[in-house]
Design a protein around this ligand. Structure first.
Ligand code: TMP
Ligand code: ASP
Length: 235
């Protein structure tokens, strides 16, 4: 597998072409941003930790029948993935109130939801990824109605699988963000990453935060939080 030119650099990852058709290499960086890039920093070895965590979770989801872009982990920071066109939606799944939900609706952080909350944002950095609904998605031609249904069903199934898995390592899955892509054959599959950058993960007993909120809120012990997740997932 030969790594060719960089196609795209995002806030946390770089994507490279390869000599294989329909396969890209994703390289995970240590750069950390929050609040749509307003806050910038570095989390030492985050790229290595997030690649490890993401790889494990994609493997778990594949085992449980979820189609993902993951092919294999190539190195500390690199993952081989299927080439997809990203659907420009951020799909947020919430089991407990936290983050923007507490601010928008005045619900105290940590309140358990009676049922799962699914939320869409329009993936557009210039606009700050604004909240969007099915009507806008259809009217703006961001995705077909049938594809939105597929994405919703996949997100809810992924939530069930991840809740169960996290319970086994004493972590409450508070909320997370997913992105989906379309393959050249037109299939919708899970893409991007699943890591403490994109999930809120709390220790089930102490409610200690083991995710990017430690960075967002200057809580300290950021690397230690990520490492704790690596150790529990790999342990
Ligand atoms: P929020 O509370 O800020 O809306 O975030 C909900 C979850 O989604 C949280 O786990 C962080 C994740 N997320 C991202 O990964 N990227 C983003 O751009 C946003 C807004 C949230
Ligand atoms: N990932 C987004 C950013 O870089 C938002 C966040 O995670 O807080 O700003």
């Amino acid at each position: 597998m030969e790594k060719l030119e960089m196609l795209y650099e995002g806030k946390a990852k770089k994507v490279y072409k390869t000599d294989a058709d329909n396969q890209y290499i994703v390289e995970y960086k240590d750069d950390a941003t929050a609040f749509n890039g307003l806050k910038k920093g570095t989390i030492t070895d985050k790229g290595i930790m997030n690649n490890t965590i993401s790889s494990k979770l994609f493997e778990l989801l594949e085992q449980k029948g979820i189609r993902t872009h993951y092919i294999k982990k190539l190195s500390d920071r690199e993952m081989l993935v299927k080439k997809v066109t990203i659907v420009p939606l951020e799909v947020l799944v919430r089991n407990y109130a936290a983050g923007s939900m507490t601010k928008r609706y005045g619900i105290p952080e940590g309140t358990k939801m009676d049922s799962t909350v699914l939320e869409f944002c329009y993936k557009n950095d210039e606009l700050g990824d604004p909240f969007i609904n099915e009507y806008y998605i259809k009217a703006m031609k961001l995705a077909e109605e049938a594809d939105v249904k597929i994405i919703e069903n996949m997100a809810l199934k992924i939530n069930e699988i991840l809740i169960e898995f996290m319970k086994g390592i004493n972590i409450d899955l508070v909320d997370f963000k997913l992105e989906f892509g379309r393959t050249s054959e037109g299939e919708i599959i899970l893409a991007d990453e699943i890591s403490p950058d994109t999930c809120r993960l709390w220790d089930a007993a102490t409610h200690e935060k083991l995710d990017k909120d430690r960075f967002r809120r200057d809580m300290g012990k950021v690397e230690e939080g990520y490492m704790e997740v690596v150790n529990r997932i790999c342990g």
